[in-house]
Design a protein around this ligand. Sequence first.
Ligand SMILES: *[C@@H]1O[C@H](CO)[C@@H](O)[C@H](O)[C@H]1NC(C)=O
Ligand SMILES: *[C@@H]1O[C@H](CO)[C@@H](O)[C@H](O)[C@H]1NC(C)=O
Ligand SMILES: *[C@@H]1O[C@H](CO)[C@@H](O)[C@H](O)[C@H]1NC(C)=O
Ligand SMILES: *[C@@H]1O[C@H](CO)[C@@H](O)[C@H](O)[C@H]1NC(C)=O
Length: 423
Amino acid sequence: MDGRTLCLLLVSTSFTYADSNVPTIANDFVFTFFNAYYYNNQPGVLLLALVSNNNNGAANVVVTSPYPSFTTIRIPITPISIEDQFPGPPNITADGRIFVEDKGIRLQSDLPVAVYAHAEVYNGASADSFLVLPTVHLGTQYVALTSTESGLPNVIAVVAYQDNTQVTIGNQTVTINALQVASIASKNVLSGIFINGNKPFGVVSGCMCGFVFDGACNYEAVMLLPVGGWGTQFVAIPFMYLPKNYYQVVANTNSTVVSAGGTTVATLNAGEYRIIQTGAALITSNYPVQLIQLGEDTGNLDNYMGNAFFLQLPSTDKMSSTNVLFQPTGFFELFGTHFQFFLRIVTNLAGAGRIQLDGTTIDALQFKHVPNSNFYYYESITFNTTHSVKTNNPGTQYSVISYSYGLGNGCGFICAFSLPSRI
Ligand SMILES: *[C@@H]1O[C@H](CO)[C@@H](O)[C@H](O)[C@H]1NC(C)=O
Ligand SMILES: *[C@@H]1O[C@H](CO)[C@@H](O)[C@H](O)[C@H]1NC(C)=O
Ligand SMILES: *[C@@H]1O[C@H](CO)[C@@H](O)[C@H](O)[C@H]1NC(C)=O
Ligand SMILES: *[C@@H]1O[C@H](CO)[C@@H](O)[C@H](O)[C@H]1NC(C)=O
């Protein structure tokens, strides 16, 4: 086969409830991977599920998939890797038509955990990671985000949670059963395509290898937020070494006005998207939007480290006081160049000076102020070890982002945060 691997790495995340939103830490998850490479001569792809268990006891995790060669994985606490468990097809047709495959993955745990997914080509040339939404947060209405400068096909991959889920992707409708995946792949931009269904389902979208203006192409993947999880205020902070950064925003309501730092940057109708660029700023809108930050090649600012990747940004009302435990992703060094690992903590006024990173309080002076806002951020170089972020202060709310630069490679994910729950 293609030497693809599904490994499970268990690190430990406890949880608390914030307002009407609940953390993305739960017992049941469904997700999928879309192809991270297109040509059969590539060296295979590592498919990784990172399970964060911050409970006192062992979390017993069971992973199932209808994929023909997949054997159920049962794991207690310790890290384990299982070879050749999730190969997936080597390529798919990119004709824009729905293609159904038995390749959904269900991950269940007896204790609440956070789950992150990561795909990386074994030669270290392409990767991305995303937060896996628990099934309680899945919705029936989504809007796709894909590359606007694709080298290889853009993809929307829908994974069903229940049998007889009727899903409409753009102008095509299909009925799929639990853990079946209906996807479309196309070299056209698929951003703004509506994805609706009659039962809750998950969607992963992005590009097999997309560009962000400069550099080489890179895998870009994000698990979309259902429309009910969108927001109207976001903290935008450029990735390390970059003075500004690109973002992609998509709307679900006509006449959605999007501003960055108080200046209007886009007026969008439902199903329209825009690429915007800004330095550290508040991004706001009059109606809810979905916003992703786009990884970029740093060029001569950081020896051409980093590359295009998708990072889901939660709106500020989704920040939480949940204990977060994570481990940076990015594993295969291209030409022996070490990865650089970074973390970002965004918090409210009550957070600066009241957040512990790996057990040590981050001094309030280390937080920078987001211009014209009540928010602060801490952006730091870190190591690829397990990190914890927590607070003992009830008024503190934060969100945590992990991202990594490789040579010509980049990946990142939002750590556990809060979303409206269906139940
Ligand atoms: C995809 O697979 C088919 C059948 O194995 C093969 O003929 C074709 O060349 C492949 N396409 C690419 C782009 O790898
Ligand atoms: C469906 O949508 C695609 C792309 O948006 C378009 O090219 C195609 O013509 C549409 N098909 C129909 C039957 O409307
Ligand atoms: C939104 O705008 C589009 C394009 O102008 C229009 O076709 C559509 O009917 C509008 N939708 C609503 C709900 O007003
Ligand atoms: C962490 O990064 C170092 C190089 O910076 C590397 O040698 C090591 O294998 C990495 N560990 C993991 C778990 O990826």
